[in-house]
Design a binder for this molecule. Structure first.
Ligand code: FDA
Ligand code: COM
Length: 522
């Protein structure tokens, strides 16, 4: 492979965008991008294989600690799948879903256009994302090179030679250790017809969608990706059928919250079939999807469609590391096994990010990268996420931490709940909660304005769970989680300073009850 040396040029962010776009268009045939310091004679402390969130953050941290790293990625940019086909497009589509639900709800009123019967062009949004994503890509390269002093080789696949040696673009690099950050890929469905044109997963959807899908979208799967993309397809105005093998959104821990979420999905017209199993996908004479056949608890089902989306979870990309190094993997998931210092079964080889399995989330990718860096630089560290705040999108943003009410009742004898809307004779049809992005709903369609619940151990007065459906609470939950871990009580929460109207209402609602010695539900 030929090499383009980035060392002596300082590309602007715009120039990086052009470079990355060209490289992506040539799909791996263009030259490798080298940013390796020829004047640094130190041995590399580590080579990160894979420059996604895990490899990039690990690189930055190790560099900041005064070590020397190299990070290699086959794509022409650092940052990995997040900006390319995962988080960023997901948030684009989820924003569209939220905007479109608002526009459809208020169709023809105020300034909203008439949306009855309108199907929104979804290829246009995919194309918009594909054009726009090189912006964030370029920032990653600029920041990594100019601000973080990361050494990298991009736009060329790495080949692991042994636990100290990696080959890329015809050159061999040696290091004291290796960090594997190879990420994960969408799981496939083992039924006839999955290779037909018109069957997508989260990567092929953004890379290859080249027609405007018809009026019916079928989504296979029932967790985050399936729901996030399914709600987008629905919001574009298409009939959307979700085929879920077991239960939809099992991961939402609080039953009331989960019910609120699923009821609102159904209100938007999503057809949800649980206990469904895809039997086959049939094509037309041109090799395009025409029909999906499934088994359901109510008997066989056939759906005519030209668009099927598989949202089935992910498989870690561990094969190359198993082959080259013999690292041990989990036989069920394929995840590379690591100890609490991110060490694999092979000496001097670490693994991070999606490659080591659940939770496949950005916080874990980035943190595991930095913890591996610290271990390599000689710090005694321990990292194993067992509990974390979490979220997903429907047309709403759904956020939670800690225990759902039922689980809390199993663990504590005196559980107290604060919820909005409260239990009341008018059910959900009352004008609260209200806050950012739900004010119009609160005034005109209160049932749609969200749901929230705080779960408290009445004896210790500690918060043990928090749950939110609406918009804008995710940020608060990041910090609230830390406070809850530290033992946050209803009294401390009620003593904080709210910036009213605020998405969760937790502070002011807690203050209404904090005066009580024996706490009661609200
Ligand atoms: P990542 O996949 O980013 O990096 C692996 C890198 O390895 C890639 O860049 C790849 O090119 C490279 N590579 C592989 N083989 C190679 C080789 N042989 N040589 C060189 N390079 C090689 N999380 C979250 O916190 N919030 C969110 O909103 C979302 N949303 C979301 C939506 C969807 C649809 C998905 C699928 C996932 C999410 N996630 C998420 C999860 C998040 O995207 C994920 O956890 C991180 O991107 C994982 O980062 P890694 O660095 O582990 O892998
Ligand atoms: C973010 C990519 S989109 S990274 O985590 O900053 O590398």
């Amino acid at each position: 492979g030929t090499i383009w040396d980035a060392r002596n040029t300082s590309l602007t962010i715009d120039q990086w965008a052009v470079k990355i776009e060209e490289a992506l268009e040539q799909a791996g045939r263009s030259e490798a991008i080298f940013n390796v310091d020829p004047n640094d004679n130190r041995e590399f402390d580590t080579i990160f294989i894979g420059g996604g969130a895990a490899g990039r953050f690990g690189s930055a941290y190790l560099r900041a600690m005064g070590g020397r790293q190299l990070v290699i990625d086959r794509w022409p940019f650092l940052g990995g799948s997040c900006p390319h086909n995962a988080c960023v497009p997901h948030h684009v589509f989820s924003e569209c879903a939220a905007e479109l639900m608002l526009a459809r709800t208020f169709s023809g009123r105020f300034w909203f256009p008439k949306m009855d019967g309108v199907t929104v062009n979804m290829k246009e949004i995919v194309d918009l994302f594909r054009r726009g994503r090189t912006g964030p890509h370029a920032v990653m390269n600029y920041q990594s090179k100019e601000q973080l002093d990361i050494e990298f080789v991009l736009n060329a696949p790495a080949r692991i030679i042994d636990a100290h040696t990696v080959e890329v673009a015809g050159r061999r690099f040696k290091a004291r250790t290796l960090v594997l950050g190879l990420g994960a890929r969408p799981q496939r469905l083992a039924v006839p017809g999955v290779d037909l044109k018109g069957v997508y997963d989260y990567t092929s959807f953004v890379e290859t969608l080249d027609y405007e899908p018809g009026n019916t979208a079928v989504v296979v799967g029932g967790s985050k990706t399936a729901v996030e993309y399914g709600c987008f397809f629905n919001a574009t105005g298409r009939r959307t059928v979700m085929l879920v093998r077991s239960q939809l959104l099992k991961l939402i821990p609080d039953a009331d919250t989960r019910t609120y979420v699923i009821d609102r999905m159904r209100d938007q017209g999503i057809e949800i079939i649980e206990g469904a199993e895809v039997v086959r996908i049939e094509g037309d004479s041109r090799g395009r999807v025409a029909k999906l056949v499934a088994k359901t608890p109510n008997g066989p089902l056939e759906i005519k469609t030209d668009f099927v989306f598989l949202g089935l979870g992910e498989t870690p990309n561990s094969e190359a590391a198993v082959e080259a190094l013999g690292v041990k993997t989990d036989p069920k998931t394929g995840a590379v096994l690591v100890d609490d210092s991110l060490r694999t079964s092979v000496p001097n080889v670490y693994a991070v990010g999606d490659l080591i399995g659940a939770p496949m989330e950005m916080f874990k990718a980035r943190k595991s990268g930095t913890y591996a860096a610290r271990a390599i630089m000689g710090q005694a560290i321990s990292y194993r996420p067992t509990d974390w705040p979490d979220f997903l999108h429907t047309h709403y943003e759904v956020t939670w931490l800690g225990l759902g009410e039922d689980e809390a009742r199993k663990r504590y004898r005196n559980v107290v709940v604060i919820r909005m809307p409260p239990h009341n004779p008018n059910g959900l049809d009352i004008g609260l909660p209200a806050s950012d992005r739900v004010m119009l709903y609160a005034m005109a369609k209160p049932r749609m304005s969200g749901f929230q619940k705080l779960v408290i151990d009445g004896d210790s007065r500690r918060i043990v769970g928090a749950h939110h459906v609406g918009y804008g609470a995710r940020d608060a939950f990041q910090y609230l989680y830390v406070l809850v871990k530290q033992g946050l009580t209803i009294d401390q929460l009620g003593d904080m300073d709210e910036l009213f109207l605020n998405p969760t209402h937790f502070i002011q609602l807690s203050r209404l009850r904090a005066g009580q010695k024996e706490l009661r539900d609200l």
